[in-house]
Design a protein around this ligand. Structure first.
Ligand code: NGQ
Ligand code: ZN
Length: 451
């Protein structure tokens, strides 16, 4: 067992900020926490530490097409025309390409302050749509990328079977995604030993959306694991209209009435909600998985955050399409969307409270719930944390939640000094220790894919 101890001038713990905190680590897990104590001679010393942020929703491969869908087509561009571009990109990727792209995405996540990723993974089959000899071949590339980068992984293999409500046959562009329930269950069995070799890995499932699964498939898939269940829902108004035409109910309304939605569940986007759905989702204990950068990029709309928080709802954030990977920017845009739409300020904060503090704490708690992870820097949790550059002009002279306001609204990722996973410093001065190697390999692969 390797042991070490670290000392921080301040640390954000699950119960709030504490000063002069000393943590003891055993094999990368927090074994002890003391506050109000001075450093011992052998302690590593740092300034302020925060729990790393969970990234609850990623499609890692989409990092490879970042910025390549920003040219207007012949007709009006939309989420659906973007999806055609994405499907064309997907056609080319081999398992090795996926590992290379995902590894860079995970390096960038760590550099920006994310320490765990929920990988909503649906690219399962070979380029011609045929299953690989090993059904978990593509998942293996994700697991390898997480291992190389050091990020903690909640793997969410996606069940995908249909192209629209009512069990419509899948389209040609979806051929690499498709399973029946027994084939999907067989892939999960292959995945369990693979994930057992990755520290802190969690296995969940992701029925892709109500468009892509039937009610029977949804029930069967959610029953295959004890871990998290994630689903895309109510992201686009067309999806709401199609769901109403199919069932007479709106997507979130339908899900709350027909599935055992509880704290195991994460409803990704859940953008278009009426008041009863806001209250129902909040009461269920499920996490709203908000992806502000991608939702802006795809023209989805704005989640009703103020009403959801007032109803006691729990949220987390995700980088989704990975068009830009930046933890603080996800939080900033989450708040700024609400300010622009509501012509108000400090929307995500409780009365009298700090907005940066509410955003960081909220996304840590909701992200941990959604990803089946231990929340924050508590005994028994992996030592996954971010240290701040207290000399940064936007952080200087501040402590406690004022540091989080400075970080989220002013410094951005530039205020991050180090990022640590299982007590190992993976990011120093904003750069991942393996960035050069992983980025060089990414350049070669992308030149081939795009050339
Ligand atoms: C996805 N992404 O699975 O990558 C989706 C697009 C779909 C987002 N919804 C495909 N942001 O929803 O059909
Ligand atoms: Zn998504």
């Amino acid at each position: 067992m390797t042991r070490k101890s670290l000392h921080f001038t301040q640390m954000l713990q699950p119960g709030g900020w504490a000063d002069n905190v000393r943590i003891g680590l055993a094999d990368g897990l927090i074994a002890s926490v003391e506050s109000g104590v001075s450093a011992a001679a052998a302690d590593e010393r740092h300034g302020a530490a925060l729990p790393g942020l969970p990234n609850l929703h990623s499609h890692a491969f989409q990092r490879g097409m970042a910025g390549l869908a920003e040219v207007r087509g012949p007709s009006d561009d939309s989420f659906w025309t973007w999806r055609e571009t994405m499907y064309r990109f997907v056609e080319r990727l081999t398992p090795d390409d996926l590992q290379v792209i995902a590894a860079l995405a995970y390096v960038e996540m760590l550099e920006s302050g994310f320490t765990r990723v929920g990988e909503f993974h649906y690219l399962h089959h070979d380029r011609d749509g045929r299953a690989f000899a090993d059904p978990a071949e593509m998942s293996g590339a994700i697991v390898a990328a997480a291992g190389e980068s050091g990020i903690a992984l909640t793997h969410l293999p996606v069940f995908y079977a249909h192209s629209g409500f009512g069990g419509l046959a899948p389209g040609e562009g979806q051929r690499r995604f498709i399973h029946d329930v027994s084939g999907f269950a067989a892939m999960l069995e292959r995945l369990r030993p693979l994930l057992a070799g990755l520290p802190d890995a969690v296995l969940g499932v992701a029925p892709h959306s109500l468009r892509a699964v039937t009610p029977d498939e949804l029930a069967a898939v959610a029953g295959l694991v004890d871990g998290p269940v994630h689903i895309h829902i109510a992201e686009q108004v067309k999806e709401v209209a199609d769901c109403l035409a199919w069932s007479g109910a709106r997507p979130v309304e339908w899900l709350l009435a027909h599935a055992p939605v509880d704290r195991r569940w994460c409803l990704v986007h859940a953008t278009h909600l009426v008041d009863a759905e806001v209250r129902g989702l909040a009461a269920s204990g499920a996490v709203a998985g908000l992806c502000p950068i991608t939702e802006a990029n795809l023209g989805d709309g704005l989640f009703p955050s103020a009403a959801f928080l007032a109803a006691g709802g729990v949220f987390g954030v995700g980088s989704d399409s990975n068009v830009l990977i930046d933890a603080t920017e996800e939080l900033r845009l989450l708040e700024y969307g609400q300010r622009l739409a509501g012509r108000a300020r400090n929307v995500m904060a409780p009365a009298g409270g700090s907005t940066g503090g509410a955003l960081w704490r909220g996304a840590v708690a909701g992200g941990a719930r959604a990803l089946g992870a231990v929340e924050g820097l508590a005994v028994g949790a992996p030592a996954d944390f971010v240290t701040l550059d207290l000399a940064h002009p936007s952080l200087v002279g501040r402590s406690g939640d004022a540091l989080l306001d400075g970080l989220v609204f002013a410094a951005g990722r530039g205020g991050i000094d180090g990022v640590w996973r299982r007590g190992r410093r993976l990011v120093e001065k904003g750069r991942h220790v393996e960035r050069e190697r992983i980025a060089a390999r990414y350049r070669r692969v992308l030149a081939g894919l795009l050339g």
